[in-house]
Design a protein around this ligand. Sequence first.
Ligand SMILES: [Ca+2]
Length: 178
Amino acid sequence: MKSFAAIWCITFLCHGICVPPNDTTSQELSGKHDSAAQTLAVGDSHSFCVDSRKFFNATEICLVAGDCYTFHVAACSNWIDLQIVADANGWTSNQAPFGIRRLVHRMETRRRCPTANWFELVGTIGKNECYHFRIGCGDPEKTYSPTVSGPLYAFANDVPSKYHNNRGSIRVTVTRVK
Ligand SMILES: [Ca+2]
C-alpha cells in the first residue's frame, strides 16, 4: 500500500490550462489536425476508440452548435487507472484504497474536468480545456447539444500529469439525433 500511496503522492504541477479560441465570439473552433473531420447527418453514427493514455483522442468528427447527439459505449468496456478497473463512468474517490482516500479527494479539483469522476469518459470541442462535457457510459435518452462547432475529442478524465499509468481503450459511438 505504501508504494501505491507513494505513486499517488507525486506532486501535480501541470494543471489543465483553459486556452480559449482567439475569437471567443466565434461559434466555430478549428482543429489543427482535423481538416478531414466530417459532420454527421441526422440519423448518422460514427464510432471511434478512446485510448486512456492519450490527452486528446481525435474522432474525425465535427460537432455542430445546436445539433443534438447521443453517445453509446460498448457494454463491458473497461479501462485501468493504475490499479483501479473502471468502465466509462469512471470511479469515485470513495473507491480509492483507504490509505490514500483523503489524498485522492483533495486531488479532485486537479482533474481536467473536476466535476466528472476519475476516469470518466469526457468529450471536448477543439483541442482545449474549455468545452468539456461528460459522456460516461452514454445514455440514449440523454442528448448533448454543443454551444460551439468544432472537432470532437475525447479522453479519460485524470490529472494532467497522470496519463502514463493508464491502460486500455473504450469504443464509443456518437449519433446525431437532431
Ligand atoms: Ca492515471
